[in-house]
Ligand binder design. Structure first.
Ligand code: TXD
Length: 315
């Protein structure tokens, strides 16, 4: 049986980690693409040579030619620039806009039937641009933010209560900015609502740390941003698609009226299976959470407007 083909556009920190996770998990063959000649080829060869030790037979290749992504089942995009200390995700808009326009038109040409998972920041604008340039239907263009933001929330809750992360279920919705929405009303530990286990004041601190968790890592690393956890998050989404799991995951999906929001990419729970984003799941939110979603969607709309202005100026 032919292996699935996973194209990774961008072979930097997240791209390299993605490749490793894909082959370790047996998801398929991997093509690593980057504009820096030698980088994707070097990482691919290195990972290929780990195969005999790890026991994977996947084919891993590196390339600077888009023709090599032909026929990919999934494209995961990390191409672009990552933040440095003091930068917000939105500061990356101008530079990453140009990169994503180029990447998207090549995906359209060479992998027209793929599911595209966008990771590049500012995420909500970049996934919007990808859908526009590829012209792919909304079920085949999705952004990764919520799986990571929810994993961060889950990590902090598990640490606080000294329980396994596997016992913590939680969702973070909204845009991938500092006004993301940790949904406390759906956070449970072993089925017990979180508000019965942690005081409101402490929960607020944990949620604030969650909102700023990306920046916490940027401040520590100084030369880039998180990469292990974003890669794990995107691989979970890719696996849901390739293995038709119908996995419910919080992702940036194109909304057409769900949650009272129209015409924008926004973080909501979706079901991912062989059809890509098969369904948006609508859950009841508290009044406070609804308000927070409104603030967050306002920010996403501003970001898209700023992107449109840049594109219009040809910047
Ligand atoms: O959850 C999330 N969505 C994120 C997103 C969490 C963390 C980081 N997130 C963003 O992912 C971050 O702000 C960046 O915009 C991307 C990629 O982060 P990464 O840490 O992998 O950045 P690197 O190591 O700088 O890698 C980027 C690679 C690098 O090798 C460049 O040469 C390449 O992108 N690049 C390109 N590849 C293809 N095509 C073009 N045009 C191109 N330009 C640069």
């Amino acid at each position: 049986m032919a292996q699935k083909k996973i194209a990774l556009i961008g072979a930097g920190n997240i791209g390299g980690t993605l490749a490793h996770l894909c082959v370790l998990k047996g998801l398929g063959d991997v093509v690593l693409f980057d504009v820096i000649d030698g980088l994707p080829q070097g990482k691919a060869l290195d990972m290929l040579e780990a195969g005999p030790i790890e026991g994977y037979d996947a084919n891993i290749t590196g390339t600077t030619s888009y023709a090599d992504i032909a026929g990919a089942d999934v494209c995961i995009v990390t191409a672009g620039v990552a933040r440095k200390p003091g930068m917000s995700r939105d500061d990356l808009l101008g530079i990453n806009c140009k990169i994503m326009s180029d990447v998207s038109s090549n995906i359209k040409q060479y992998a027209p039937d793929s599911l595209v998972i966008v990771i590049t920041n500012p995420l909500d604008a970049m996934v919007t641009l990808t859908k526009r340039v590829t012209g792919f239907p909304k079920n085949r263009v999705v952004g990764q933010a919520g799986v990571l933001d929810s994993a961060r929330y889950r990590t902090f809750i598990a640490q606080e209560l000294c329980v396994s992360v596997q016992n913590v279920t939680a969702m973070v919705l909204g845009g991938h900015g500092d006004d993301m929405v940790p949904v406390r009303s759906y956070c449970q530990v072993g089925g017990v609502p979180i508000e019965k286990l942690i005081s409101t004041a402490r929960l607020e601190e944990i949620e604030q740390r969650t909102r700023q968790a990306g920046g916490e890592i940027v401040a520590l690393l100084k030369t880039g941003s998180a990469f292990y956890s974003p890669a794990s998050a995107a691989v979970q989404m890719a696996a849901a698609y390739l293995q038709d799991k119908k996995h419910i995951l919080p992702c940036a999906a194109y909304l057409e009226g769900e949650y009272g929001i129209d015409g924008v990419y926004f973080g909501v729970p979706v079901s991912i299976g062989a059809g890509g984003v098969e369904r948006v799941i609508e859950v009841d939110l508290s009044d406070k959470e609804k308000q927070e979603m409104e603030v967050s969607v306002g920010h996403v709309r501003e970001l898209v407007t700023a992107m449109d202005a840049l594109l219009e100026k040809g910047e």
